[in-house]
Design a protein. Structure first.
Length: 362
């Protein structure tokens, strides 16, 4: 199918609506919908939050009787299953729409292809694939989470020109400038959860919330803490503006109870040689419906994720400073340059004299 200019125009509108909710619909995808009649938009909708009505239903409600004989543009295949809400395909059929234009099929096996099929069987004209790449990219995290059954993983690191993430002493506050750090809050806003290792917590006592701009939800904060060293007076325990999960291998009942009293969730996972198994951690996070995980460091934690190739996207912030001896990525199993882990550069940002490089694994 070669989409018409009109189809592209209206699908762009639907994608803009979906974009406005990026990061706010976890573990659901962000979806936008536009209803068009006689060449004019008569209703718009987006999926506001998981548990709330889907984009199509919101738009159909606004359109009312007018929806009859209309064309509906939706950025993801209308669902055909009973989840938190009833199937959108049925709502579209009931509304007697004439045509449904879909950007991309839903990867969810409960839905995939079945939503489009149900519409077709009801005599509705269905077109699939208008701005498909854009629609997939917008929900890249959701697609990975559904198909790979693990959170989509973004690694974020801040370093000097010479690739150091901290001084030898561990000091790393602050390598990058304020503008870079504000952008890092945008990355947080799009993640379901932000993860750090216990060493970073002990050294920096970070808050890990979105504070650079007003935001409707805070990511869950996760600490990998094999020996349960987290102090009860650390910000992640005391600050209640976001929830905190501690993952540990140590069954210290008293400490666990004290953390729970503060509202912190403690998850037990197995550790080998004092290191938590990342695969096991990710399995647990998947079952907690953590769709998008942002790993913020420090160098040991980032190294472990890289070593096991457990990431989808890499953001490297580079500040215009030289540190010399310091901490960076450790051994990741590369013995020969031919084994170097290759990446594709997909975006380049400039924040004053800092830059941020966005990579994907090859
Ligand atoms: C749509 N329109 O706007 C969205 C869809 O449990 P539920 O009811 O919230 O359903 C979630 C699933 O529905 C989600 O995994 C994905 O397959 C689909 N999302 N579908 O028709 C929407 N957000
Ligand atoms: Zn739906």
């Amino acid at each position: 199918m070669t989409p018409t200019e009109k189809d592209i125009y209206f699908m762009k509108k639907a994608l803009e609506l979906a974009k406005s909710r990026k990061g706010l619909t976890h573990p659901n995808p962000t979806v936008g919908c536009v209803i068009v009649k006689d060449g004019k938009i008569i209703a718009e909708g987006y999926h506001e939050r998981a548990g709330m009505p889907h984009a199509e239903v919101v738009a159909l409600e606004k359109a009312g009787k007018q929806a009859e004989n209309s064309t509906v543009y939706v950025t993801l295949e209308p669902c055909s299953h009973y989840g938190r809400t009833p199937p959108c395909a049925d709502a579209l059929i009931r509304a007697k729409v004439k045509r449904v234009v879909i950007a991309v099929l839903d990867p969810n096996p409960l839905v995939s292809g079945k939503g489009a099929e149900r519409l077709k069987q009801a005599g509705i004209e269905v077109s699939v694939g208008v701005l498909e790449e854009e629609a997939k990219e917008l929900n890249e995290d959701f697609f990975t989470y559904i198909t790979q059954k693990r959170p989509y993983i973004t690694l974020k690191m801040a370093q000097s020109i010479d690739g150091r993430m901290a001084l030898k002493s561990g000091q790393s506050k602050w390598i990058t400038n304020q503008e870079s750090r504000d952008f890092a809050h945008k990355l947080r806003s799009e993640a379901t959860a932000v993860l750090i290792g216990i060493n970073t917590l002990l050294r920096d006592d970070p808050q890990l919330t979105v504070r650079a701009f007003p935001w409707e939800r805070q990511p869950i904060r996760i600490v990998l803490d094999p020996r349960l060293r987290i102090p009860l007076d650390s910000k992640l325990v005391k600050d209640k503006s976001a929830s905190t999960i501690v993952i540990t291998a140590l069954e210290d009942k008293e400490k666990i109870e004290n953390l729970q009293k503060e509202g912190v969730e403690v998850i037990l996972a197995e550790a080998i040689d004092g290191k938590l198994s990342l695969k096991e951690v990710l399995r647990q996070l998947y079952f907690k419906e953590i769709m998008h995980l942002l790993v913020e460091g420090g160098s040991i934690t980032i190294t472990n994720f890289i070593k096991e190739e457990l990431y989808d996207r890499l953001f490297v912030f580079v500040a215009p400073i030289l540190i010399g001896e310091g901490l960076g990525i450790g051994h990741i199993g590369v013995e020969d340059l031919s084994q170097a882990k290759r990446h594709k550069l997909v975006n380049l940002y400039r924040f004053g004299d800092d830059i941020a490089l966005e990579y994907r694994k090859l």
